[in-house]
Structure formats: C-alpha cells, structure tokens
Design a protein around this ligand. Structure first.
Ligand code: CMP
Length: 138
C-alpha cells in the first residue's frame, strides 16, 4: 500500500547547492513528489517542529540551524515510503552513513545533515500538516 512521508531538504544542503541533486536521488528511488515549498522558518516554528527534542543538549543548535536559511519541506509518496526514505537518507551522522545514501553524499556533520525524514507513521501525521494544508496535498 502506498504511504506518505515528510521530508525537509535542510539549510546546509540548500546553501551548498545540493537541493536539485537530492530531489533527483529521491525521484530515482521511486518517490512521487506530492508537495514541496520553499520557506525560511522562524526559531519558534523550528522549535515547534522539533518539540520532541526540546530536552536534548543539541536543541538550541538544532533550532538555530533549521531557522538559518531556506529549506524545502516536502511530502513524498510510495510503497513503504517512511522506511525507504530513512534507508535512502542514511545514518544521522554522515560519517556512519552507507555509500550511496543522501547523507553520505551531501551532509556535512551530525547536525548539518542535509535531509530530514519522518521516523514513524505518527511522526509523519504530525509533520505533514505542520507544513502543508489539505488543499496542497491532493
Ligand atoms: P533530524 O532527523 O532532522 O531530527 C533531529 C535532528 O537533530 C537530527 O536530524 C540531527 O540533525 C540533529 N541531531 C541529532 N543528534 C545531534 C547532535 N549530537 N548534535 C547536533 N544535532 C544533532
């Protein structure tokens, strides 16, 4: 069955000129691009998106980074989209990411790691409407 997941091309990847190459990898892997937009988050919006990490030591850094420049939030669809996107992304730390993964190819560090992907169905159900209205998801 087809499934939707939420992803963000992060500020490091946009600044480094990798956004189009990342979209090409996602497309090659068989994902349909349901929705995409270009935005710069406020710190409040970034903190709200990452609220589950609020108690982590890196939270301030994460919020500053995610509000530091243009991002491309998007909704992707395919069979097994959530797990397959996580595989395509590679490990959070690019130093530990497998060859051929987006983070291996395009990430800078554990914090500036090029791409976000929902880690579970419940997460996607929070993250998709955080950025997109129903009329943008047809
Ligand atoms: P993401 O999948 O978007 O969700 C949480 C983010 O926190 C994660 O990607 C990383 O970019 C970031 N993160 C995780 N661990 C660390 C860390 N040790 N230092 C800085 N950022 C981190």
């Amino acid at each position: 069955v087809s499934q939707r997941t939420f992803s963000i091309i992060k500020p490091d990847a946009v600044k480094n000129g990798h956004a189009a190459a990342i979209l090409a990898e996602i497309s090659k892997a068989g994902f349909k691009l349901v929705a995409i937009k270009k935005i710069v988050l406020t710190k409040e919006q970034a903190a709200g998106f990452y609220y589950v990490h609020a108690a982590r030591p890196f939270f301030g850094e994460l919020v500053d980074f995610m509000s530091s420049g243009v991002i491309y939030p998007m909704v992707l669809e395919k069979e097994n989209a959530i797990a397959d996107l996580r595989t395509l992304m590679g490990a959070t730390d690019p130093a530990k990411a497998d060859e051929g993964t987006i983070r291996k190819m395009f990430a800078t560090s554990i914090g500036e790691n090029a791409i976000h992907g929902s880690d579970a169905e419940e997460t996607a159900a929070f993250e998709i409407p955080y950025f997109f209205a129903g009329y943008e998801l047809k």
